[in-house]
Design a protein around this ligand. Structure first.
Ligand code: HEM
Length: 220
């Protein structure tokens, strides 16, 4: 890993831990979260916990899955954490869709979150399919896109206070960040991929012959 990549990875890890801890405290610490959010989440606690718990789990697992050394040294752990990550993403995205329908800032943020949830699940399915095919390069690209959307939970908490500090009212800021928080991450990852992607990355079955048909092939 190069020094800038290491630094970026460390910043992502810090953002992930911050957003994960914020999410758990939102559900468990009295007076920590905004009332209009908490009331809805506690009125449907299973969905509330699916969203917050699933989101927190996914955002914290993600950075470790992106470490090339970790993937190489522990391919089995990478596979199991990947499955757990995708289950967490689906639990959080489906419950996110439910909460999006009654978003505190109306239809603009409702659509922002709903589209995010759809892109979140769609890119997860693409990444999973690529893993089943043993297509490492495509799996890596789709997972990076997927984590860009997961990381919206961290970037949202960066843009929100910035909007408020700029003097924009809460509802307008919230509408803007419901789109910006994930779309900008996705655009940044897409740019990164176009600049640095390696289309010639070996496929898993080229690195190590398949021992079985179907299911996830062994990693490099
Ligand atoms: C891009 C994927 C995500 C979508 C579509 C989504 C959707 C939503 C929606 C619709 C709400 C309610 C907002 C409203 O009432 O207007 C919400 C709130 C919340 N979400 Fe997510 N969410 C996502 C990712 C995450 C992740 C990864 C976490 C955890 C790290 C998380 C934690 C929370 C928390 C704690 C709240 C309560 C309000 C707050 O503190 O901001 N979400 N989310």
């Amino acid at each position: 890993m190069t020094v800038p990549y290491r630094l970026l990875w460390f910043m992502v890890l810090l953002g992930a831990i911050g957003a994960g801890a914020n999410a758990i405290m939102f559900m468990t610490v009295d007076g920590f979260g905004g009332k209009p959010f908490l009331e809805r989440f506690l009125a449907s606690p299973i969905l509330g916990w699916a969203h917050v718990g699933g989101g927190a789990l996914a955002i914290v697992i993600g950075p470790f899955q992106l470490l090339p050394g970790f993937r190489r040294r522990s391919p089995m752990l990478h596979r199991w954490l990947g499955r757990l990550y995708l289950v967490a993403v689906f639990a959080s995205a489906l419950s996110g869709l439910y909460f999006a329908a009654s978003s505190v800032a109306g239809w603009v943020s409702a659509w922002g979150f709903a589209l995010a949830a759809i892109v979140w699940m769609g890119s997860g399915i693409m990444a999973w399919h690529a893993a089943l095919r043993g297509d490492v390069a495509s799996h890596r690209r789709w997972m990076l896109r997927n984590y860009a959307v997961t990381f919206a939970a961290a970037t949202l908490r960066f843009w929100l206070p910035l909007g408020l500090l700029a003097g924009i009212d809460f509802e307008t800021t919230f509408r803007i960040v419901s789109w910006l928080s994930w779309a900008l991450n996705l655009a940044a990852v897409e740019r990164w991929l176009r600049r640095y992607q390696r289309p010639t990355e070996p496929q898993w079955h080229e690195v190590r012959p398949r021992r079985h048909h179907g299911g996830l092939p062994r990693g490099p």
